[in-house]
Write a protein that binds this ligand. Structure first.
Ligand code: ATP
Length: 296
């Protein structure tokens, strides 16, 4: 009996790891479309996050040698600051997120977190420091408790409930017939876009990373849900460094700083008000989006 169960246990844990890895990949699908092609350097150190300052220092990058996607991007996000990156489609916004997560290495310049080049630290410690809230949170075919607890190994029931409350999904869960034991995912209860988003927020709160990478996440939600989720994301960002990849402008108007990227270069940056007053590229994008929203 023992001989049979031991390999099964082993297979079970391998299966769990593979499954988790797949969800990691799935979760980051929008930000991180391809499997990693970077490796830890020999003797890589553990990232030591102090204030959580993120520096892009003259970063250049292309997915292939022929086409440069980022051309000398320099951007310092101070510890605790919220910076939103906006710009037209294809300008390189999501690429910035992929590089910070070190899904690819920069081809020129460097990215540093608290003065440590991200190429010099272990990928595990880098990924531990960055919470990614993707556009579409992937759920396991498992209980809702498991889906939240996935944010951190060994989380207690009290911790799970606390983050579910903070993500405003606890009451919804308590209203389900089996509460936290309810099966969700493809083969269980299907959650709405907003509910899935909240599970993603709860997971990230449990992980408690000093740096957040948000792939603006609310395009498929109705206005009320979007507003609620935005306020939960904002609350989550308190005391953390936040880099938001924004596809729509209305949700990031109150960011500490907005950076406008065009064809892989920063063309403007400032607060929403300052950028509107400048009457440049941001003001143009804003006017266009206001007109589109009114027409809709
Ligand atoms: P959007 O707002 O439409 O999401 P974006 O500003 O986030 O756009 P990126 O996803 O960063 O744009 O893409 C920038 C450029 O890099 C685009 O021209 C895109 O086609 C190209 N690109 C993105 N991912 C890859 C990839 N994996 N391989 C090759 N080229 C890519």
């Amino acid at each position: 009996m023992i001989q049979i169960t031991m390999p099964l246990n082993f297979l079970g844990s391998v299966y769990r790891e593979i499954r988790q890895a797949m969800v990691d990949m799935g979760e980051m699908f929008d930000l991180l479309e391809q499997p990693p092609d970077v490796a830890d350097k020999k003797g890589a150190k553990v990232l030591n996050v102090k204030s959580g300052e993120v520096v892009f220092d003259t970063v250049s990058f292309g997915y292939d040698a022929e086409r440069a996607i980022l051309k000398g991007v320099s951007l310092t996000v101070s510890g605790g600051e919220t910076v939103a990156i906006v710009g037209s489609s294809g300008s390189g916004k999501s690429t910035i997120g992929r590089l910070l997560f070190r899904f690819y290495d920069v081809s020129g310049g460097a990215i540093r977190i608290d003065d440590q080049d991200i190429r010099d630290v272990t990928q595990d410690s880098l990924h531990d420091a960055i919470g990614v809230v993707p556009q579409d949170t992937v759920l396991f075919n498992d209980t809702i408790r498991y889906n939240i607890a996935y944010g951190r190994d060994g989380a207690s029931e009290d911790e799970i409930i606390a983050v579910a409350k903070a993500a405003k999904i606890h009451d919804f869960i308590m209203g389900l017939p089996e509460g936290y034991d309810t099966q969700v995912g493809e083969r269980g209860l299907k959650l709405s876009g907003g509910e899935k988003q909240r599970v993603g927020i709860a997971r990230t709160l449990l992980k408690n990373p000093p740096i957040l990478l948000l792939d603006e996440a609310t395009s498929a939600l109705d206005t009320d849900t979007e507003r609620d989720i935005q306020s939960e994301l904002k609350a989550m960002g308190k005391g953390r460094t936040v880099l938001t990849i924004a596809h729509r402008l209305s949700t990031i108007a109150d960011a500490d700083r907005i950076v406008v990227l065009e064809k892989g270069e920063i063309v403007e940056q400032g607060t929403h008000e300052a950028l509107l007053a400048r009457a440049g590229r941001y003001a143009q994008l804003w006017a266009r989006q206001q007109a589109e929203e009114q027409a809709a």
